[in-house]
Ligand binder design. Structure first.
Ligand SMILES: *[C@@H]1O[C@H](CO)[C@@H](O)[C@H](O)[C@H]1NC(C)=O
Ligand SMILES: *[C@@H]1O[C@H](CO)[C@@H](O)[C@H](O)[C@H]1NC(C)=O
Ligand SMILES: *[C@@H]1O[C@H](CO)[C@@H](O)[C@H](O)[C@H]1NC(C)=O
Ligand SMILES: *[C@@H]1O[C@H](CO)[C@@H](O)[C@H](O)[C@H]1NC(C)=O
Ligand SMILES: *[C@@H]1O[C@H](CO)[C@@H](O)[C@H](O)[C@H]1NC(C)=O
Ligand SMILES: *[C@@H]1O[C@H](CO)[C@@H](O)[C@H](O)[C@H]1NC(C)=O
Ligand SMILES: *[C@@H]1O[C@H](CO)[C@@H](O)[C@H](O)[C@H]1NC(C)=O
Length: 490
């Protein structure tokens, strides 16, 4: 049993760095969860083809969930705002895309949020959807976008007054990648797309491999160089201290770990992984207002965390004591954590992680690396073969190196039209997104002082000016796309 657990931990460690970055999306989605605003809508289902791209199969279908709100819709050709659901149950995105709800009344828009296949309740084979490669294999972004196309066709032909409606796709994070790809693949189906914090250039070879790690680091250095330096030194301090049994005991006790670190339970790895993960999380969630996510966090949590890390050359144990006080901001802000659980899946117990884990083993593969010099992390090199092998062991599939390029054009999207890419430069994903205008009508806006996809959230008095301004730009482009569509179809 012990041997098996160890093997399992080893495998997780080997995959970890690759996985954690892509999982940050997922984790982020799960953090959304408890922030319920209470928008009202009707939840419906629509039968979609299991496989849109072949006539070989008997044409199996399954019900895809979508939410609809027609309270602002006047039924006379007004626009359809269509959220391209990402890697989670659609309710998460409904509650956290306040922008769409806020602008819909001004446009007399029909609001639609479509769930992504294989997430939430849109499971083609129910609880067996991930049971084997032949069942899971229909989980691809392109199939998901094809679901959206059919749903839009259905809505347009079944809702009175919608036949000629312009459709505007919207999404954040992976949902933003989908809305951009949707416009690129099906320019005739949607009039425009808003892609917020959408790292469509995160795939192998598209950017220096340490882009993500460098941005996370600079978010901490920005508060103070001592802060990122403390973190940079902490890895060695952990190694030093845990080299002895007495040290392991000391660390387990002073960090109040739920499970004591021992020689063979992978505790040191888990601790380092957990730490790296929370730094990346915080870089995405460094919101200007206190937020009640899965854990409560203060406004600007990185600033608060860094206030405890003002001296990077402390002796090992003192450094680690400061580190513990610092990370308590993340896991114990409300003061009710009984112990520190390093198993990060404990963060999101209610959500199946299968879908995203599978996607990171097929299409969503990054060649991320860390060197510990330009960034504050443990050095790590990307090993495609090792990654591929662990995917094969887990899912019976091997990842594609080139999907983002062959399917969606990679960095060559100069033919794209009517897309607005928005990015907050504090967001570690921003460096893997579109920061420059790519064509006459596919444009980019950057928000220097903003984390991950704040612009699509409901407005808040603490929103930075750049976010308010970008929301104005979005409204402007939406009006323009609607007018163009009307002119072309009249
Ligand atoms: C649509 O949303 C608005 C705002 O949340 C709500 O007042 C209205 O009742 C909703 N309409 C439907 C049909 O759910
Ligand atoms: C799926 O659910 C059914 C009925 O609830 C159960 O019998 C079956 O074992 C489940 N399968 C898996 C893979 O969990
Ligand atoms: C770790 O131990 C080495 C060797 O004793 C020492 O030089 C170093 O300062 C210690 N701490 C860190 C953070 O490197
Ligand atoms: C951890 O070790 C201490 C002794 O060092 C012991 O008192 C405690 O019960 C252990 N905790 C767990 C969760 O095993
Ligand atoms: C760091 O902060 C602590 C507590 O506020 C203070 O006692 C200490 O002198 C500071 N260290 C440095 C190097 O500024
Ligand atoms: C969490 O904070 C409370 C209040 O400060 C403290 O009593 C408790 O020990 C902390 N939990 C952990 C695991 O550090
Ligand atoms: C892209 O073009 C728009 C419109 O011309 C402009 O307002 C915007 O600043 C440009 N974005 C960048 C990143 O240069």
């Amino acid at each position: 049993m012990v041997a098996k657990d160890m093997l399992c931990k080893r495998r997780i460690v080997a995959m970890w760095y690759q996985k954690v970055f892509s999982f940050i999306f997922f984790i982020y989605a799960s953090f959304y969860f408890s922030e319920t605003v209470g928008y009202e809508y009707e939840m419906k289902t629509f039968n979609v083809l299991l496989d849109h791209f072949s006539f070989a199969l008997q044409q199996d279908t399954f019900p895809l969930r979508y939410a609809i709100n027609d309270s602002y819709w006047k039924g006379n050709g007004g626009p359809i705002f269509f959220y391209t659901g990402n890697e989670g149950m659609i309710e998460l995105f409904i509650e956290n895309t306040g922008f769409m709800w806020e602008v819909a009344p001004d446009f007399d828009a029909l609001i639609v949020f479509a769930e992504h296949r294989y997430y939430g309740k849109s499971l083609p084979f129910g609880n067996e959807s991930f049971a084997s490669p032949d069942k899971a294999g229909y989980l691809t972004s392109l199939q998901a976008i094809a679901d959206f196309v059919d749903l839009i066709e259905f809505l347009k032909s079944n809702i009175r007054g919608a036949e000629k409606s312009p459709v505007i796709a919207m999404g954040g994070s992976y949902g933003g990648m989908l809305s951009a790809w949707f416009k690129i693949k099906y320019p005739h189906v949607i009039a425009g797309a808003i892609a917020s914090s959408a790292p469509i250039w995160q795939f192998i070879g598209m950017n220096p491999c340490n882009t993500f790690a460098k941005t996370v680091t600079s978010d901490f250095t920005r508060e103070s160089p001592e802060c990122s330096n403390s973190i940079r030194h902490s890895w060695k301090a952990i190694d030093n201290v845990t080299a002895t049994d007495e040290g392991k005991k000391w660390l387990s006790a002073s960090w109040r770990l739920c499970e004591n670190i021992t020689d063979d339970n992978g505790g040191v790895y888990s601790l380092k992984n957990w730490l790296s993960e929370i730094y990346s999380d915080l870089a995405m969630m460094n919101f200007p207002y206190a937020a009640k996510f899965h854990h409560a966090l203060p406004a600007y949590p990185i600033k608060v965390l860094c206030s405890y890390l003002n001296d990077s050359i402390l002796p090992d144990r003192q450094l680690l004591e400061s580190m513990f006080r610092a990370v308590s901001v993340y896991f114990n802000y409300t003061g009710d954590a009984e112990c520190l659980n390093l198993d990060s899946s404990a963060l999101y117990p209610d959500l199946g992680t299968d879908g995203w884990d599978y996607q990171t083993c097929t299409e969503v593969v990054q060649d991320m690396c860390q060197d510990g010099v330009d960034d504050m992390f443990v050095p790590y090199k990307f090993d495609f073969q090792g990654y591929s092998d662990s995917c094969y062991n887990q899912w019976g599939v091997r990842p594609s190196r080139t999907e983002g390029i062959t399917l969606y054009g990679g960095r060559d999207i100069s033919t794209a039209s009517n897309i607005v890419f928005t990015n907050g430069l504090l967001d570690p994903w921003s460096g893997l997104g579109v920061l420059e205008n790519v064509s006459e009508t596919a444009v980019a806006f950057v928000m220097p002082d903003t984390p991950h996809h704040l612009d699509l959230r409901a407005s808040n008095p603490a929103d930075p000016a750049s976010v308010r301004q970008v929301r104005q730009h979005l409204r402007h482009y939406m009006s323009r796309w609607i007018a163009e569509h009307k002119a072309a179809s009249s």
